[in-house]
Design a protein around this ligand. Sequence first.
Ligand code: AMP
Length: 206
Amino acid sequence: MNLVLFGPPAAGKGTQAKRLVAERQLIQLSTGDMLRAAIKSGSELGQKVEGIIKAGDLVSDEIVIALIEDQLDSNPGAAGFIFDGFPRTVAQAEALDSVLAKRDESVDSVIRLKVDDGSILGRIEKRFLEQGRKDDNPEVFKHRLATYNKQTAPLLPYYSAQGKLTEVDGMADIETVAASISEVLDRQASPKGEPKKGFFARLFGG
Ligand code: AMP
């Protein structure tokens, strides 16, 4: 199962991805986390991307695609991946399709956490105070949101045309969002999208 968690910054993708890791043994691939780790380590890559991330712009497609390919190679035999914050451009989505195809795999599901811009601005002020991420300061965050609307939102028709997109209300509380995501994944995992049969129905063939 390869799942793309989709939504603007601060939609709750990371929180939900971590729950799915624990519940479904999937591996979370967050390009944002990988880039922040590179900055922290002081690597050449980190130095290259630091200014871009601080400004709230997107790093180049080549860089993030290489990071993702590297992680796919490092985790052979994984039950599946949750792509969190990737892809963010149509070029990245096309690259993901082709790197998965090379491994006889594909994106199975794209779940969009639907949130409204006004409310996430409030959320982000809280995260900024708690975590102090420089790109969460209100001015940069507004730019990240604009970048999402301009460069990332066009991916919605891309996945919708492939019949892979499901929307979930991301404004609900964490537990409710998690339950909605689970429902989507269970539905997709069972044949023909039918709800899973209960114990007695399975036993007696009902
Ligand atoms: P995130 O933690 O996913 O919000 O990412 C933080 C920042 O890392 C973004 O604002 C971008 O500067 C950069 N970044 C993360 N993922 C990507 C991506 N897939 N493509 C380009 N830039 C990215």
